[in-house]
Write a protein that binds this ligand. Structure first.
Ligand code: HEC
Length: 156
């Protein structure tokens, strides 16, 4: 085999490696959906919390830090999390899931509620510039979109 062929074959095989690793993990698509939802929601929370601390005055306002968290929230908001609201991954169907089955039955509404989060977070990086009160206003607008979806589709 000439070297060029070996290189091409190596390239073709490369993507198979992570796939094989994922398969070995043994998690079903529904279990993975729960895992990614939890990771996503945790990432949202971990970027909301420092903004909440700033809004309350527990930590001093710092534009660079506020902007960084706002950008992370915007990036998360742009991610289509509803693709992970899979049939068979609701509360009672997979261990650890706290997604109500209604979410799967109303995916259009879930997507609309997620769109509200995407819009609110998209405005966040510019919105948090200026001081504590700006951060508080942004938090309120994003927080309302979290609650709207939780009230409907998250178990108690
Ligand atoms: C489009 C709907 C939707 C939006 C918007 C949404 N969530 Fe959630 N959230 C859910 C659902 C559904 C669950 C339950 C997921 C599960 O257990 O599989 C959840 C769970 C959570 C959890 C618990 C995660 C865990 O590990 O058990 C946290 C924390 C959370 N959300 C925070 C947030 C924050 C903060 C926001 C807004 C910045 C937000 N969510 C926006 C639907 C949403």
């Amino acid at each position: 085999m000439r070297p060029i062929h070996a290189a091409v074959i190596a390239l073709m095989l490369a993507p198979a490696v992570p796939l094989a690793v994922a398969a070995q993990d043994g998690a079903s698509p529904a279990e993975q959906a729960v895992e990614v939802r939890h990771g996503y929601m945790t990432a949202l929370s971990l970027n909301m919390a420092p903004l909440a601390a700033m809004a309350k005055g527990d930590v001093p306002y710092e534009e660079a830090t506020a902007t960084m968290h706002a950008r992370n929230l915007a990036a998360l908001g742009a991610y289509g999390i509803e693709m992970h609201f899979l049939p068979g991954s609701a509360k009672g169907e997979v261990e650890g899931s706290n997604m109500l089955p209604e979410a799967v039955q109303n995916l259009d509404d879930v997507a609309a509620k997620h769109k509200a989060l995407a819009d609110a977070t998209a405005a966040a990086p510019a919105g948090v510039v200026g001081g504590q009160e700006q951060v508080a206003a942004v938090l309120k607008s994003i927080g309302g979109t979290c609650k709207a979806c939780h009230d409907q589709y998250r178990g108690k």
